[in-house]
Design a protein around this ligand. Structure first.
Ligand code: UD1
Ligand code: UDP
Length: 445
């Protein structure tokens, strides 16, 4: 069986890495079985097992292409380099979707896969699924059934259309199953397997714990040495020493109530990239004003997505990314380039709370038990609000500051990790099991 998996944008890499590991594990098991059988049985069995091998190809559309948005994840997640790179790059929605379709169709003609696997809800997801289904190639969608019912979000269009043209819908919880069934999708196509992002999180957590990002950012309170020179490499846009001094005096009173021995300067983590939050000047200005208010109480680390960096510059907001920026060094908000997965997870795990509009980060904070303030108007992960630490603050900046202050005023710093059914690190293995069983039953019938 030949399978093509498609990645394109940052959140896709964490969703494909566990799948590739699970396929490799399955193929190894088949190989061992085949070798054992070959020793003492006939050729028929041998042939049967070889047919069960999953031949996997990885296609990268090139939707994201900066080192920090793409290549770094191949290292951090130990992903094999893509077999095929489409190099589509940025563009309008139609340009990007169209380019992926045209280029991916050529791959499909050439490779003739038995199955195409897409993940998440980015433009590359829909484009690849559409190209495949038009050639009558079955499509599997991982993270199917998520809905926010906000048609203004491009992701909602991508995920809904992808779901309706897919043959296998791998969902993360019963909420997703219900959404799909309400839209008339047959239950036979739906497989509730859990959350594959959690596979990546649990697998990589021990590695992430070893990251030295806190030292590199000068966030370890008791370290006496001057700021290591590579802080500048992490944060090419600011003057880290001044920034660190400013926030350490600010945060001293904050940390008094906490354990004296705690070596990490308390900080909050921020990510923002939704077009609805950052593309509009008024909205980004309002958000950054609220962020600055919160930053009066706790330093904020802000690894900024390239879309957001461009908009901050364009709108001339005080978080200027030029190397000589005075405002940056006076601010309690440290803007840095996007981080690799292991560094980012480490920052997430050690943060007092996270402010975000990311889908994946809502999942990760829930599993890690870190409070998360989500700047989106419609919930896409209801389970993280019901069972996790995720609070929807939407575009209401007053709610953002209120919720942030509530967290800061509560002395409790304890983490309440959530155990959600099937978010257990074994989702990829369940997906491979379904693919194998389905393909076997199809070849038998
Ligand atoms: C995309 C997804 C979004 C996902 C996000 C994850 C769509 C419609 N949106 O949003 O769902 O949450 O990825 O990060 O697919 N850029 C660079 N370098 C890069 C990539 C992008 O500079 O490597 C800049 C370009 O100016 C580009 C802009 O960022 O125009 C937006 O990139 P794009 O891929 O269109 O959308 P994202 O905002 O990244
Ligand atoms: N992430 C990262 N570096 C960063 C910001 C995020 O590695 O600087 C990771 C994060 O841990 C999560 C994923 O990227 O695994 C989320 O991707 P993103 O927010 O870009 O997309 P979304 O999930 O919103 O589609």
């Amino acid at each position: 069986m030949k399978i093509i998996s498609v990645v394109g944008a940052r959140p896709n890499f964490m969703k494909i890495a566990p799948l590739i590991r699970a396929i490799e594990k399955y193929n190894t098991q088949i190989k061992i079985k085949t070798q054992n059988q070959a020793k003492n049985s006939e050729n028929l069995n041998l042939k049967l097992n070889l047919n069960l091998n999953l031949n996997h190809l990885l296609v990268h559309t090139g939707q994201h292409y900066d080192y920090e948005m793409s290549q770094i994840f191949f290292q951090d997640l130990d992903l094999p380099q893509p077999d095929i790179h489409l190099g589509v790059g940025s563009g309008t929605h139609a340009e990007q979707t169209g380019k992926v379709m045209v280029e991916f169709e050529k791959v499909l003609f050439q490779e003739k896969p038995d199955l195409v696997i897409v993940v998440g809800d980015v433009n590359s997801t829909l484009a690849a699924a559409l190209a495949a289904v038009k050639l009558h190639i079955p499509v599997a969608h991982i993270e199917a059934g998520l809905r926010c019912y906000d048609w203004a979000m491009p992701e909602e269009i991508n995920r809904l259309l992808t779901d309706h043209i897919s043959d296998y819908l791998f969902t993360t919880s019963e909420y997703d199953d219900d959404n799909l069934k309400r839209e008339g999708i047959s239950g036979e196509k739906i497989f509730c397997v859990g959350n594959i992002m959690v596979d990546s999180l649990l697998f990589n957590k021990p590695m992430a714990e070893k990251s030295d990002i806190l030292e590199r950012l000068g966030l370890v309170t008791n370290h006496q040495s001057p700021i290591p020179p590579h802080v500048i490499a992490v944060s090419r846009s600011c003057e880290p020493k001044a920034w660190q001094e400013a926030w350490q005096s600010e945060s001293e009173s904050e940390s008094e109530s906490q354990s004296q021995s705690q070596p990490v300067t308390p900080y909050a983590l921020l990510t923002l990239h939704r077009a609805s939050n950052v593309d509009n000047e008024q909205s980004l200005t309002r958000i950054m004003a609220a962020v600055n208010q919160v930053a009066q109480r706790i330093p904020i680390v802000f690894p900024a997505h390239p879309r957001t960096q461009k908009k901050l510059k364009e709108f001339n907001l005080h978080l200027d990314l030029t190397p000589q920026s005075k405002s940056q060094s006076q601010s309690n908000v440290l803007i840095i380039p996007p981080l690799g997965y292991l560094d980012f997870l480490n920052l997430e795990m050690n943060s007092r709370f996270v402010i975000t509009d990311s889908g994946g980060i809502q999942v990760e904070t829930t599993v890690l038990g870190i409070p998360c303030l989500t700047m989106l108007d419609s919930p896409v992960w209801p389970i993280t609000h019901k069972q996790g630490t995720n609070i929807l603050v939407g575009s209401d900046s007053r709610k953002l500051t209120n919720e942030a202050f509530k967290i800061l005023n509560s002395n409790s710093n304890s983490k309440s990790e959530s155990k959600i059914e099937l978010w257990d690190g074994k989702t990829a293995e369940r997906i491979v099991e379904v693919i194998k069983t389905q393909s076997q039953s199809k070849s038998e019938s």
